[in-house]
Design a protein around this ligand. Sequence first.
Ligand code: 2DT
Length: 229
Amino acid sequence: STLPGKKRAPFIVIEGLDRSGKTTQTSKLHSRLTENGIDATLVKFPDRTTAIGKMIDSYLRSTSELDDHAIHLLFSANRWELATTIEKLLLAGTAVVCDRYAFSGIAFSASKVDSTGAPLLPFEWCRDPDVGLPAPDLVLFFDITPEKARERGGYGEERYEKEEMQLRVRNFFRRIGEEMDGEAQSAGGTRWISIDAGREREEVEHDVWGLVEPLVTRGVDGPVGKLWT
Ligand code: 2DT
């Protein structure tokens, strides 16, 4: 570890909507950290490489059907299977940069509706399986309007990549962010920051680095928090 004293490394999550540039920025951030001599590991959810991840992948590409509750729990299990690894990395002084996390889990599942527009899964039920996961120290929420996303060429072919769905997801992300802000301590110590992802790539990159750099350089005191406990 390159950190001073008994500090551990930070857990940084990047969340956001499709077409927000989230994945590009996450890998840019990871390379920039590495280039600056900072130990960092890139993690992505869903992790489609594990046995659970393969089930998720075939569901997202619509080559399989699954009950809405079942797929929700698989997404959560896919995080739990990496929870110990993440915690160990942080304690060993390696920063973890993560593309999507539990917030996507809630926002997407809670946005599912039946043919009459009624929610299929209650918000609280969606959150419960992720309670107690390693809590990020910082969440950067890449926010983009549906109009901007459309200008960028619209959405892809996977399940959930539809405009009405993305609108509902955006609202749930904002609600989660407001709740995290209001109860930062009870949320496990997570700081939630909204980034205007509709701007030029360089501007977004500049802001991200400005938020992350002090955190990785200084390190974090105390144990890894537990989400929503
Ligand atoms: P990517 O395009 O980033 O691979 O995401 N999703 C993701 C959920 O519904 N629940 C979750 O817990 C996570 C992590 C968001 C694939 C899609 O999976 C959705 C988009």
